[in-house]
Design a binder for this molecule. Structure first.
Ligand code: TRP
Length: 329
């Protein structure tokens, strides 16, 4: 059985791109692996979130994860800041992370350029904290997007460096979890690129039906097919991509035939698309809203998650302390 770990920063609501791109795969992973799914609230501190908002966002992601079917009985679901062992291992690993390599990290350079007035030490050592998250449970696999690949590479370096420095074979080399064919990228509604919070082209899992209808209605389209069997422009291809995951194969085929016969009417097409998105998201939205208000349940889930996470993290930390020479008299 392999150990899989995934972290998410609590910065907003999950959208259908997150659902099809990651969560559906997590549901399968939790059946077959030892999974750690956690909310990286310490990581989100680099941008100094408002404390009240931070708490709301943590509650949102947690409720959304649970509503999508992540099962606290099968996986370890926890909040990073509930596991103080992570902070201590982070301190220890920081001693082996060098300024030069941290300054060269792509994500650091980008953030520093975007916010020159907030280049804090936490931002610089963000990859060390992420490496700690991964190494503290000795994860075999980490599902990461392109933007996180360099951080995973650095994690492997820190693991190797630690092993080498202390002459041990302690940390494993975590690998990117490859969804292969199964990875579905959901495009945005604005005609190009993928669905993303900062692009403002999302349909959120908590969006009410009326909101979804409005967003789909406003999605970018062109003037219609140029002739029989015309190639689809990107904005239309994107809507068909979403339809492929939310609608039945027959529905997709129907509208694809209409496109090929140059008889498609975007109004009908979008109405169908919105209806099918609403059909998929409605039960999830209802569960999210139930769970979000249920503090007793969230408290129980986070307490039990923290307990399990701390057990695994504590074991690693004890062993690392020993290796580094922190021993009891
Ligand atoms: N840096 C990741 C992101 O922004 C979140 C994250 C933190 C993470 N710690 C992690 C992801 C450990 C995977 C493993 O998306």
């Amino acid at each position: 059985m392999k150990t899989v770990l995934s972290g998410i920063r609590p910065t907003g609501n999950l959208h259908i791109g997150n659902y099809y791109g990651a969560l559906i795969n997590f549901l399968k992973m939790q059946e077959e692996n030892k999974c750690y799914f956690f909310i990286a609230d310490w990581h989100s501190l680099t941008t100094h979130p408002d404390p009240a908002l931070l708490h709301v966002n943590v509650g949102n992601v947690l409720s959304e994860y649970l509503a999508c079917g992540l099962d606290p009985e099968k996986a370890t679901l926890y909040i990073q800041s509930d596991v103080p062992e992570i902070a201590e291992l982070y301190l220890l690993l920081n001693m082996h992370a060098y300024l030069g390599e941290l300054e060269k990290t792509v994500s650091f350079k980008e953030k520093a350029r975007q916010n020159p007035n907030n280049v804090n030490a936490g931002l610089l050592t963000y990859p060390v904290l992420m490496a700690t998250d991964i190494l503290i449970h000795n994860a075999d696999y980490v599902p990461v997007g392109k933007d996180q690949e360099q951080h995973l590479e650095m994690t492997r370096n820190y693991a190797l460096r630690f092993n080498h420095k202390y002459g041990v074979e302690y940390f494993k080399q975590p690998a990117a979890y490859n969804f292969g064919q199964e990875l579905i990228k959901i495009p945005g509604l604005d005609g190009s690129g993928k669905m993303g919070k900062s692009e403002g082209n999302c349909i959120y899992l908590v969006d009410e039906p009326k909101v979804i209808e409005k967003k789909v209605k406003k999605a970018l389209t062109d003037n219609g097919p140029a002739g029989l069997n015309a190639p689809k422009p990107e904005c239309i291809e994107n809507l068909f991509t979403i339809m492929r995951v939310v609608s039945s194969p027959e529905t997709w085929q129907h509208y694809n035939d209409l496109w090929n016969r140059a008889e498609i009417r975007y109004g009908d097409f979008k109405k169908q698309l919105a209806e099918d998105i609403i059909r998929v998201t409605t039960p999830i939205r209802e569960r999210i809203n139930d769970i979000k208000g249920n503090d007793a349940y969230l408290r129980k889930v986070t307490r039990e998650g923290a307990e399990k996470a701390r057990e695994s993290a504590g074991k690693t930390l004890r062993e690392v302390r020993e290796i580094m020479g922190f021993k009891a008299f």
